[in-house]
Design a protein around this ligand. Structure first.
Ligand code: FAD
Length: 323
């Protein structure tokens, strides 16, 4: 019995959501009195792999293969499933990221495992059961899901568990499973980076704006506010539909679901489909000129006012604060 965690790398580096997944997997291993092994796919330097020990991985299986340099859903799922079999893992953990959402069900099928995606808490193991709390109905509710299969796959929501520092360096072991050509039928040839500097799904602070901004020419103040806070920028669906902002910024039921520590919503009404993707943010600040805007019902802090007056004042205050 052991726990396996998949550690997703981007350009040879791990993001915070990975350290969270490792911390979470380590906590499960501790509950079960078992060991935690991580599996990394792609070209990651040894020093970066060893870092995973800090969050509780005793060992890292390093799959360094040029064919797997870029993310390939089928092949990555096959490698992770092989790693789980090699380690005799009964729990496989990964982050519920873009790639995690594609990988988790594929891994579960390969391992004939039960799957919980969008987990927000550690499993409850009372009475020999294995139950995991997860978000349901696009974040509008929580569900306690019981897994009865021998192997369990858990995709953890980013920002749900936090990072816990633990032990020392991890031991690194080369792992070279056979890759079937059918698993490489669709491969990523090139990755074109969006201009957005802070990755939205991983951002701790997000400044988001909606149709209340009137047009794309008014996003300068949103970007300035975000830059001052070190925040990522997001937007509502109609804004990206109108091409005022890129689709990669669209949050909500049909966009990205995020759970940052701070979500500032400016000129966004708070329609249910928008809230579905942002309501698990830790603190929500709403700026809207309509005091009846539905967003105020879920806000921790609300400012009733014109964005074109409030945002420049916030920027001024932040600049004064920073000196
Ligand atoms: P509006 O509804 O037009 O609201 C603009 C807000 O700005 C208003 O509250 C107004 O009071 C305020 N405002 C105007 N001027 C100012 C000012 N000067 N200062 C301050 N405030 C001002 N939407 C999403 O966002 N994400 C989704 O994933 C999504 N998925 C959908 C899926 C389906 C199947 C459907 C049917 C809809 C979906 N929508 C989604 C659309 C959603 O229903 C809303 O239409 C949308 O969220 C509204 O965007 P908005 O708040 O930017 O615009």
């Amino acid at each position: 019995m052991s726990v396996l965690v998949y550690v997703e790398q981007v350009d040879g580096k791990f993001k915070k959501s990975v350290f969270e997944a490792v911390s979470y997997a380590k906590a499960i291993a501790d509950k079960q009195n078992s060991n935690l092994t991580a599996v990394s796919i792609g070209n990651v330097a040894d020093a970066e792999l060893k870092e995973l020990g800090k969050y509780g991985a005793a060992k890292v299986l390093n799959v360094s293969n040029d064919q797997l340099k870029n993310f390939v859903n089928q092949a990555y799922a096959a490698v992770i499933a092989e790693a789980a079999k090699k380690e005799n893992a009964d729990v496989v953990v990964l982050s519920n990221s873009f790639s995690g959402k594609g990988l988790a069900p594929r891994i579960a099928v390969k391992l004939k495992a039960g799957l919980v995606d969008g987990a927000v808490e550690l499993p409850q193991l009372d009475g020999g059961k294995f139950q995991v709390k997860k978000t349901a109905f696009s974040g509008k509710a929580f569900a306690l899901t019981e897994l009865t299969s021998a192997v369990k796959v858990i995709a953890l929501n980013p920002n749900a568990f936090g990072v816990k520092e633990n032990a020392a360096d991890a031991a690194i072991e080369t792992f070279s499973p056979e890759i079937k050509s059918t698993d490489l039928a669709a491969i990523v040839k090139e990755i074109v980076r969006a201009t957005n500097k802070i990755s939205l799904p991983d951002a701790e602070l997000v400044v988001s704006a909606g149709r209340g901004l009137k047009g794309p020419e008014n996003w300068g103040m949103i970007e300035e506010l975000a830059a001052l806070l070190g925040a990522a920028t997001a937007c509502s669906k109609p804004v990206s539909d109108a091409d005022w902002r890129p689709h990669s910024e669209h949050v909500g039921q049909t966009g990205i679901a995020i759970s940052p520590n701070l979500y500032i919503a400016i000129g966004i009404s708070g329609a249910i489909q928008h809230l579905a993707g942002v309501s698990s943010s830790k603190v929500i600040v709403v700026i809207n000129k309509d005091p009846e805007a539905p967003f105020f019902k879920v806000a921790d802090y609300g400012i009733v006012g014109d964005a074109f007056e409030v945002v420049p004042k916030l920027i001024e205050a932040l600049k004064a604060h920073k000196g």
